[in-house]
Design a binder for this molecule. Sequence first.
Ligand code: NAD
Length: 416
Amino acid sequence: MKENLNPYAISQLQFDQAAHYLKLDPGLAQVLRTPKRQMVVSVPTKMDDGSVKVFEGYRVQHNIARGPAKGGIRYHPNVTLDEVKALAAWMAWKTAVMNLPFGGGKGGVICEPRKMSKGELERMTRRYVSEILPIIGPERDIPAPDVYTDEQTMAWVMDTYSMTVGYSSLGVVTGKPVSLGGSEGRHEATARGCLFVTQEACKGKRMSLRGATVAIQGFGNAGGIAARLFHVAGAKIIAVSDSKGGIHNPRGLDPIKALRYKEKSGSVVGLAGTSKISNPDVLALKCDILIPAALENVITSENASDVKAKIVAEAANGPITPMADDVLARKGVFLLPDILANAGGVTVSYFEWVQDLQNFFWEEDQVNAKLETMMKRAFREVCETSQKYRVNMRVAAYILAIGRVAEATLVRGLFP
Ligand code: NAD
């Protein structure tokens, strides 16, 4: 059977698999599996050569029953409305797994950020924000960084929103620079959260993280920082990769050197003491822990049987398809699903939003300690759900999340 790789179809299949265990009323299930609001905008932008280019952008809010929508903004040539819808749904389930008072949202613009100048990116960002402005705000929908957007992008989002409403609104966006109401620890939060739940999974597997071999696909905010934090925790990073390819050293490589090399040369490929491997080969390496930290659908029914890791931690959103999930489960792989494994980012985004609303800022130690408590609690709750329903960790995480959103929706009642 040909595998359906449409991310929105996949997110709906994942929903249906878990909703089945909750025996939801069909009408309620329909409400929860459908995006609440989808906005498609044109983003006319003056390019450096004086020409005008019109980009297409999206903002989707999947569900806001438990609080404002929350989710990143992605700049990538392959962005589609269906991808943004899937990412928004995943955010709704992620915030619920973590028990944060948020719903799920996501945004994206179809563009080639690596071929655009800083000025072009700034003008495109400001126009995109002014187009989606009617539906965002600290109490409506709070964007954050995602693929190829960063702290600078978030500062432009904050400034554009603030200039339009006429006062400085720190809480409209998270992942901002610390000098502009960002939170200590946010930059590393996704990777740190991934480390905390992987440590718990290692305990469950009775293996030590110290000395465990780790392969990571993607070397940006999620993957690059994970490489450093896992290295510091004593794991042996044997391979990393970026969009240009991967590097491998079975005796271990130094992620800090890889980062410095990438800053100079634009890629990790070519780092002294490593051999070049392809991105698909990174996924098939013999290792204890595999961390896909780039894009969707990298482990499918075609290559899932090649995975040799004991634990797979999804730092990226949607890297494993449902058919691949089944293959990995049959192989006994312990899966840490994206809505748990990469939830550290949105959790510290929540801390950032709370700090912004209170104008009271925390030390990094406080942020990291609270993150650890919340990641471990979520891990425990997903494990308990997995045992109760005798399902894998992904289905368990969805059961926990959908149950929480369903309960909030039921007590609120259907308007009008
Ligand atoms: P980023 O822009 O910082 O980095 C993306 C990385 O992926 C880069 O190293 C890039 O070279 C690499 N890459 C791009 N195309 C690739 C390909 N075809 N093969 C291998 N590598 C490729 O983005 P990020 O924020 O690290 O996001 C990565 C993933 O993590 C996404 O799925 C994102 O949704 C997810 N995520 C990010 C956060 C966050 O806080 N940044 C939070 C939760 C989830």
